[in-house]
Design a protein around this ligand. Structure first.
Ligand code: AMP
Length: 216
């Protein structure tokens, strides 16, 4: 049976790390709108060009662009077995668009996992985050350092810090999250599909909690 999941939570909570693990475990595609937008920006596509400015400021990319992009991705054959949405929906308009699409197909979201952590933990995680521009591997200077400082363990490329992980942009992203995305928590709570996961602990503890939450 298809498994459709949504990962919700503030920037820096570790959704992406957890999403990769759970999607691999359940053999469903991990669809991160942030990753897709960054790839489009790197490729210099029209969508990437439009999205870039918003992303650098820590603002949300307009709903119509993101909704069309997700619709295209969900239409691919690998999504028939289900999918894990990471970073989408982020606004009520996006949630409504997703629900309309699901209803047309007589489908449902099975679970919404809401990862939570206090602001100071989020800021620490975001500012220490490093990524590999070549293979996409993620690191953290304190919690998950590479073997050699600044170098990817997997492919040897030089690690980079995302432009939107700089202090001023971090602040804005947290504000944008509170203003626009937090309302979704109540929305999914009311719908009865929300499970809250405390994301302050270690990666493997959180992963275990996420896996267990699918069994209930
Ligand atoms: P993330 O990697 O999820 O932190 O996303 C990085 C940036 O991509 C966000 O700060 C937004 O600018 C943009 N973005 C990602 N997902 C969405 C979305 N669902 N709606 C609007 N903007 C998004």
């Amino acid at each position: 049976m298809a498994l459709r999941l949504i990962f919700l939570g503030p920037p820096g909570v570790g959704k992406g790390t957890q999403a990769k693990l759970l999607a691999a475990d359940r053999e469903i595609p991990h669809i991160s709108t942030g990753d897709i937008l960054r790839a489009e920006a790197a490729a210099g596509s029209e969508l990437g060009r439009q999205a870039k400015e918003y992303m650098h400021k820590g603002e949300l990319v307009p709903d119509e662009l993101v909704v069309a992009m997700v619709a295209q991705r969900l239409a691919r054959p690998d999504c028939r077995a289900g999918y894990l949405l990471d970073g989408f929906p982020r606004t009520m308009a996006q949630a409504t668009a997703l629900e309309a699409r699901l209803a047309e197909r007589n489908e449902d979201v099975d679970r919404v996992l809401y990862f939570s952590a206090p602001d100071e933990v989020l800021v620490r995680r975001l500012s220490g985050r490093r990524t590999c521009p070549e293979c996409g591997a993620g690191y953290h200077v304190e919690a998950m350092p590479p073997e050699t400082d600044g170098v990817c363990d997997k492919c040897g490329a030089k690690l980079v810090q995302r432009k939107d992980d700089m202090p001023e942009t971090i602040k804005n992203r947290l504000e944008v999250y509170k203003a626009q995305t937090q309302a979704l928590i109540d929305h999914y709570k009311t719908a009865g599909s929300l499970i809250e996961i405390d994301a302050t602990g270690a990666v493997d503890e959180i992963a275990e909690a996420a896996r267990r939450s699918l069994e209930t």
